[in-house]
Design a protein around this ligand. Structure first.
Ligand code: NAP
Length: 276
């Protein structure tokens, strides 16, 4: 845990689905927050029973009661039902509550519109590796959210993710790189494994090698402080195997394809945002 911004705070999760569960598990396993300070609401009774038995947290099907009792709210329902979820809680999210949203495409302005312009709001874009404690989360805000609010949001995601704060206008690009990014990683790992299988490796061995190699490369990138070009050059001896492979990748336009992928996902996110 990097700070104690959540000390004594009661957190209410509106929506107890996959993402909420990953965040709650992280908070409990890291001992950032005790189970009795977490409440989750959902419209599915079986889901609430599961969360209560598995994690020992409080559960409720009453969002108004949840909001009234919480200091910090985490909005974790699907975008299609968010307006339904926000309408009844509007009168209860006074200035004393911080609202953190993980809802895809829901802007700070739309939330302020639904909850009142004085509401302290932080919008986030997490990605699925939060399920294994290796997520990437972008935070953005506007209006009355304070530095302390950012510290609270960071403490919530810290057990399961790396965190960056960006301007809200870059949230679509964050989706393009990190939100959709795990799928690019899976595709690349699968393709590398296919290459290994083509060269005679058993599938499970090829897959393990490919996944661990990308994990190791990512770790070197994050921890070595070296430029990616320098790290690449360290593996690339003159006339060797790696330069032969890299030449093929450059000829196939792999860099350009990945840049196009990020641009396409960003543009699609902008389009979907305009429809909401
Ligand atoms: N999963 C991802 O990869 C990912 C990544 C980044 C961001 N997100 C965002 O995270 C949010 C949650 O995603 P998720 O995958 O955790 O969704 P999920 O598993 O469907 O969880 C949402 C839960 O909220 C329940 N719910 C619906 N209306 C409610 C209400 N009024 N009050 C309380 N609970 C209500 C849902 O029930 P019903 O199923 O009956 O509606 C469901 O059990 C989404 O907005 C998504 O855009 C997800």
């Amino acid at each position: 845990m990097t700070n104690n911004a959540l000390h004594g705070k009661r957190i209410g999760f509106i929506g107890a689905g996959n993402m909420a569960e990953a965040i709650i598990r992280g908070l409990l396993e890291s001992r950032t927050v005790p189970a009795e300070h977490i409440t989750a609401s959902d419209v599915i009774p079986e889901r609430l029973a599961f969360m209560q038995t598995t994690y020992g947290i409080e559960t409720t099907d009453d969002n108004v009661a949840l909001v009234s009792a919480a200091d910090v709210l985490v909005l974790a329902v699907k975008p299609q039902v968010v307006n339904q979820a926000l309408a009844p809680i509007h009168p209860h999210t006074d200035g004393a509550k911080l609202v953190i949203s993980i809802v895809a495409g829901l802007t700070v302005a739309a939330m302020a519109n639904a909850l009142g312009s004085g509401t302290r709001i932080i919008r986030t874009v997490p990605n699925t590796p939060v399920f294994v404690g290796e997520g990437m989360v972008a935070l953005a805000s506007d209006g009355p959210a304070t530095g302390e609010d950012y510290a609270i949001a960071e403490a919530i995601f810290d057990p399961v993710a790396r965190i960056v704060s960006i301007e809200e206008k870059f949230m679509d690009a964050a989706i393009g790189v990190a939100g959709s990014g795990p799928a690019y990683g899976f595709l690349i790992i699968e393709a590398l494994a296919d290459g290994g299988v083509k060269m005679g490796l058993p599938r499970p061995v090829a897959l393990e090698m490919a996944a661990q190699t990308l994990l190791g490369a990512a770790k070197m990138c994050l921890e070595s402080g070296r430029h990616t070009g320098q790290l690449k050059d360290m593996v690339t001896s003159p006339g060797g195997t790696t330069i032969a492979a890299l030449h093929k990748m450059e000829a196939a336009g792999v860099r350009s394809a990945l840049m196009d992928a990020v641009e396409a996902a960003t543009r699609r996110s902008e389009e979907l945002g305009r429809k909401n």
